[in-house]
Write a protein that binds this ligand. Structure first.
Ligand SMILES: C[S@@+](CC[C@H](N)C(=O)[O-])C[C@H]1O[C@@H](n2cnc3c(N)ncnc32)[C@H](O)[C@@H]1O
Length: 262
């Protein structure tokens, strides 16, 4: 599997009509009005149809229900389009905790121009905040959520970040060396929020974390701990990563760990 949505190419197409009346920014303003009037998913209104044709490329067509959530990190208001139909289309508590940490420690982490890959990025909040803080971000997830992820990334980073984030498919444990060869893909940070819950890919997830972590890579993993399997994963994680608990958010039961490959 090698699906890669090139933000740069697609953003180029978007920018053609960006500042024109009815262009992308214009659509955004109208889209808010449309959403406020609870008319349903984007694309319902004839009034904005021409410009939506380009925007539609970034909107998942298989999600029947949409909502928008608003966040504020790194001095910016961030709008996330969510759908309750997929785990990967809603923001989880680990994501807001990790964003808070990145925002509060941006200088110390030296995020400016840092190379970052996020696994299981979902709707993209963490990747957006990392981009706003100056990093070069690759947001990855399973193919079916990439459309929504791309939509949110572009909506929140176009023309306001030094590096436009990239979106790529990455299924944990699958074709890692083929799609992300160690010789060419080096990351300063690997980010992961709420990727550990009750699913069948925990070993493949750990293998992915290991593959992406080279000497000098810091893995930042924020997770809400719920099940005994979450703690079992943590035990395995500690066997392969030197692990430091960086922060604990008692109100959400989220723990944030730093891992350095042993
Ligand atoms: C609970 S959601 C967390 C989303 C986001 N990180 C957040 O915290 O808001 C888990 C994410 O992992 C992704 N995921 C689940 N299984 C996966 C797999 N086998 N390979 C790659 N991604 C996977 C899901 O698509 C989803 O986006």
């Amino acid at each position: 599997m090698d699906v890669c949505l090139s933000s740069v190419q697609q953003a180029g197409r978007l920018e053609e009509g960006l500042d024109a009346p009815g262009g992308w920014l214009e659509v955004e303003k109208k889209e808010v009005v449309q959403k406020d009037s609870a008319e349903g998913p984007p694309g319902d209104s004839n009034e904005i149809e021409p410009s939506l044709q380009s925007l539609q490329k970034f909107v998942p067509t298989d999600y029947a229900s949409y909502t928008q959530e608003y966040y504020r990190f790194a001095g910016r208001k961030i709008v996330i389009q969510e759908s309750i139909e997929s785990y990967g289309a809603v923001v989880w508590p680990g994501a807001t905790a990790l964003c808070q940490y990145l925002e509060e420690h941006a200088e110390e982490l030296n995020l400016q121009d840092a190379k970052i890959l996020e696994i299981g990025a979902g709707p993209g909040l963490v990747s957006i905040v990392a981009s706003i803080l100056g990093a070069q971000v690759t947001a990855t997830d399973l193919p079916d959520v990439l459309g929504n992820l791309q939509h949110n990334l572009l909506k929140n980073t176009l023309k306001c970040t030094a590096h436009l984030p990239e979106v790529r498919a990455l299924a944990w444990g699958e074709d890692l060396e083929q799609n992300f060869p160690k010789s060419t893909f080096y990351y300063d940070y690997v980010l992961a929020s709420d990727v550990v819950y009750h699913h069948y890919f925990l070993d493949k997830l750990l293998a992915t974390m290991v593959h992406l972590s080279q000497p000098g890579t810091l893995l930042l993993w924020a997770n809400k701990f719920r099940f005994s399997t979450d703690y079992e994963f943590l035990d395995k994680f500690k066997q392969v990563f030197d692990t430091t608990l960086l922060a604990e958010y008692s109100e959400s039961s989220v723990k944030l760990f730093k891992g350095i490959r042993k």
